[in-house]
Ligand binder design. Structure first.
Ligand SMILES: *[C@@H]1O[C@H](CO)[C@@H](O)[C@H](O)[C@H]1NC(C)=O
Ligand SMILES: *[C@@H]1O[C@H](CO)[C@@H](O)[C@H](O)[C@H]1NC(C)=O
Ligand SMILES: *[C@@H]1O[C@H](CO)[C@@H](O)[C@H](O)[C@H]1NC(C)=O
Ligand SMILES: *[C@@H]1O[C@H](CO)[C@@H](O)[C@H](O)[C@H]1NC(C)=O
Ligand SMILES: *[C@@H]1O[C@H](CO)[C@@H](O)[C@H](O)[C@H]1NC(C)=O
Ligand SMILES: *[C@@H]1O[C@H](CO)[C@@H](O)[C@H](O)[C@H]1NC(C)=O
Ligand SMILES: *[C@@H]1O[C@H](CO)[C@@H](O)[C@H](O)[C@H]1NC(C)=O
Length: 502
């Protein structure tokens, strides 16, 4: 009997959703060609009458009351205990708010365990301080398509915001198979066959093919894989976001910006295992990325452009950054057919140190390589890259290397002071140049203060390298004359620590 009742209800809901979406469609065609939002009914949810009238049942704090339409997730049945899944209630609140022309989805203090949540256009997901949304550690709670494995996902949406001071937590520790102080071994959800080995886990928050997005004043904790992924978006602001990943978890990237235009990342704090802020091009170009006033610590590259570089990168700005104890500082790794041009790094303090060979990088403060990913790759080029007012302390030197089929052009250093220190770890790493991925791999070669090969128009102006005591490595400046054209040096100083700071 119960089964018949459910079937009848289901049929009713399906027809209701058809009617609703039909109405929606005819409404939309009369206005602009607005996207048809899935209605709550398509979720099979029942909306209490009071909510339909916009009357919240739960009392709201004053700073929330002033907003327009508020959809409090508790009114949709969320429990916030952290023991049972609140997916259904959270998604209903989002869908209902969106179906009413947008609004404010309010997540009050509590613990909300969930499968993937799909954000809609014109909503603000307001995760209150002391509220945490936890991603499920079970594969069945995610899409069958691994490209859509996120705890929170917005796909083809406009005008979406996540804010409120609360937390989204990916429960990374539940994905660890074996802890290792060098690099943990992680679960692989590769049964589907569409992703491989240790790159097969859900990301935390994703915006795909979306526009006008704000992610502001939220905490992102313990992503199981990448943290914030922005792909094929435009006009995205990431501000005041605090990312706290795990130092020993592979692929725990902070922010990945892919094929996107007009992205601003401001005032963020990123402490994680893999690349801090990484930009890539896979299906289209990347224009106008600005990163400023951020603090980054990582066991990989703090700032990275590439290595996926199939299309162009143009007009990127990185300013006022503090990079602490990272495996590599500022890095460009061109490996595919795109080109990287007009990039400025200015007013940056950094410290880099060596951790372990299982992570790419060897403590280089500044690193540029342009070479083929595979022997058959046609590789693009790197040009007009500026480093201005950079100060750092590192266990390795600057490494700038094009290749015979991709000469670096227009690399300029102005006001750069780098101190080199021997921490006792250097014997582990000093005798290799690291071209990974692809290219020449690891090549035995002692480190230099500044190494340059396959480059044209390189300018070093007011550049000082300061050598710590007991430092035994290589050469202060090493330029391979046959492959470097028009190298201009002015006010370039190499000195020992004791004479620089008597
Ligand atoms: C969050 O918790 C802290 C400490 O318990 C408390 O002082 C603060 O008022 C809470 N904030 C909200 C918005 O509940
Ligand atoms: C999945 O990945 C694990 C760990 O990398 C590996 O041992 C296993 O063979 C892979 N399975 C499939 C079906 O690819
Ligand atoms: C970014 O801008 C370029 C150049 O106008 C364009 O080709 C590309 O489609 C844009 N990408 C997005 C995601 O809007
Ligand atoms: C990049 O920014 C400039 C302004 O700085 C703007 O003129 C240009 O249209 C932007 N490019 C894209 C693809 O949006
Ligand atoms: C280099 O530093 C000097 C002294 O701080 C400053 O006046 C000058 O503007 C700096 N150069 C650039 C290109 O910022
Ligand atoms: C050279 O750069 C350093 C910072 O690296 C700066 O303090 C100094 O003022 C600069 N000197 C000149 C002449 O610009
Ligand atoms: C590095 O330098 C040491 C000491 O000068 C030398 O013995 C060694 O052969 C060099 N290694 C390489 C790879 O050039």
């Amino acid at each position: 009997m119960e089964k018949i009742g459910r079937t009848a209800l289901l049929l009713l809901l399906i027809s209701l959703s058809l009617i609703l979406s039909f109405n929606k469609r005819s409404q939309d065609s009369s206005t602009k060609s607005r996207k048809v939002l899935p209605t709550t009914a398509s979720w099979g949810g029942h909306i209490p009458a009071s909510i339909r009238k916009g009357e919240a049942q739960q009392p709201l704090p004053p700073h929330i009351k002033q907003r327009g339409q508020v959809c409090n997730v508790l009114d949709y049945g969320a429990k916030g205990t952290g023991n049972e899944f609140d997916t259904y209630a959270l998604q209903r609140a989002i869908d209902h708010c969106a179906s009413e022309d947008g609004g404010f989805v309010y997540v009050p203090p509590g613990h909300y365990l969930t499968a993937t949540l799909y954000l809609r256009s014109n909503i603000v997901l307001y995760i209150e301080e002391n509220a945490t949304i936890y991603g499920s550690p079970n594969q069945r709670d995610y899409s069958t398509d691994s490209d859509r494995w996120y705890v929170i996902l917005a796909e083809s949406m406009d005008n979406v915001e996540i804010t409120g001071g609360g937390t989204v937590d990916g429960q990374a520790e539940k994905f660890v198979v074996r802890y290792d102080s060098r690099k943990n071994i992680m679960v692989s959800w590769n049964q589907t066959g569409d992703c491989i080995g240790d790159e097969c886990r859900p990301r935390l928050v994703g915006f795909l093919d979306s526009r006008n997005i704000r992610v502001k004043d939220v905490h992102f904790h313990q992503p199981a894989y990448w943290c914030l992924h922005i792909a094929r978006c435009s006009h995205m602001l990431v501000e005041g976001v605090n990312i706290f990943g795990d130092f020993n978890i592979p692929n725990n990237d902070g922010i990945d910006v892919e094929d996107s235009n007009n992205t601003r990342i401001v005032n963020c704090h990123i402490d994680t295992g893999d690349d801090g802020i990484c930009s890539k091009t896979i299906l289209g170009p990347l224009f106008n990325l600005t990163v400023s006033d951020c603090w980054i610590r990582t066991k990989s590259s703090a700032v990275k452009i590439g290595s996926q570089s199939r299309h162009d990168f143009l007009h990127l700005r990185f300013e006022r950054l503090i990079i602490v104890d990272s495996h590599r500082g500022l890095s460009l790794q061109l490996r595919d057919g795109g080109s990287i041009s007009d990039v400025v790094f200015a007013n940056i303090d950094l410290s880099t140190r060596y951790y372990d060979p299982s992570w790419w990088g060897r403590a280089e403060p500044i690193y540029i390589t342009a070479c083929r990913r595979t022997p058959s790759t046609v590789v693009g080029s790197i040009s007009d890259i500026y480093f201005i007012n950079i100060a750092g302390t590192s266990e390795n030197g600057v490494f700038l290397s094009g290749s015979p089929d991709s000469i670096l052009r227009g690399i300029k250093f102005q006001n750069v002071t780098l101190s080199y220190v021997d921490s006792g770890r250097s014997q582990l790493m000093e005798s290799y140049h690291d071209y990974r991925p692809g290219c020449r791999g690891l090549v035995p070669h002692n480190s230099s203060g500044v190494f340059v090969q396959y480059a044209q128009d390189v300018t070093l102006e007011n550049v000082t390298v300061i050598w710590g005591s007991n430092l035994e490595w290589g050469t202060a400046f090493e330029f391979t004359p046959k492959s470097v054209g028009r190298l201009s040096l002015s006010d370039v100083v190499s000195t020992t620590f004791s004479s620089a700071f008597p």
